[in-house]
Design a protein around this ligand. Structure first.
Ligand code: DX5
Ligand code: ZN
Length: 224
């Protein structure tokens, strides 16, 4: 149904040479995944507005901002202003997630909602007809380099079924612990966008790591 792709997460890149790190993978991916953490929603702080603005100047790839923050209604529109093409937020922190989705779309961005490992798909089904992407977290959000949680994959299968039944059009993204050993499981379940941080930026040859993950995902079959 959708093209399969790898979205490298810059969380595992060397932030002191971020432009060069992004340039290294840009030729083999459509999307760069940017993890914004505020030290409140998750116990970690990463990056924010100035880095997104700099990335916008440094690359023409799609900037996919994954907001792990408690106040997306304030900051997501600002990040779109600065050049984010896509924003995913965790909707349980928002009083009116649908209003935020519409606001971001009115700004011209595409929008996703995310569910943590403990969250059932039912938590977001009323939003799924209105978004471009569902992010199924396959680790607890907050840090790169954690082990993939296979029990989260059932929600990918469930989302594929829900999407077909409701004629919805969102893409399904997985994020956390995606590596050569796990990518096929997520792809076979129907995940189309596979975020990978340490498996890409921890590899000596990043484009080769991306190509390997993509080949494994494509070989795995699944809904995409
Ligand atoms: C975790 C972030 C992920 C992270 C993935 O909270 O949302 O995007 O960078 O890192 P890996 O691929 O190393 O698990
Ligand atoms: Zn992420």
């Amino acid at each position: 149904m959708y093209e399969r792709s790898i979205a490298p997460s810059i969380l595992s890149a060397d932030f002191a040479r971020l432009g060069a790190e992004v340039a290294e993978v840009a030729e083999v991916v459509p999307t760069i995944h940017v993890d914004v953490m505020d030290g409140h929603y998750v116990p970690n702080i990463t990056l924010g507005h100035p880095v997104v603005a700099s990335l916008r100047r440094a690359t023409d790839r799609v900037l996919d901002c994954h907001l792990m923050i408690t106040d997306p209604a304030t900051y997501a529109p600002q990040l779109v202003e600065l050049g984010a093409d896509h924003v995913t937020f965790h909707p349980e922190v928002e009083d009116d997630p649908l209003a935020l989705i519409h606001r971001l779309r009115d700004q011209g961005a595409s929008v996703g909602v995310a569910i943590k490992p403990a969250h059932p798909l039912a938590m977001v089904t009323e939003l799924l007809a209105h978004v471009d992407l569902l992010l199924v977290m396959t680790v607890e959000p907050g840090f790169g380099g954690q082990a993939f949680l296979p029990e989260a994959v059932g929600k990918v299968t469930e989302a594929v079924t829900w999407r077909a039944r409701h004629h919805a059009e969102f893409r399904i993204q997985v994020d956390g612990g995606i590596a050569p050993a796990t990518v096929a499981t997520a792809a076979a379940a129907g995940a189309e966008v596979l975020v990978a941080g340490s498996a890409v930026f921890g590899a000596p040859d990043r484009p080769a790591a991306v190509r390997e993950l993509l080949a494994l995902a494509e070989a795995a079959g699944g809904d995409a």
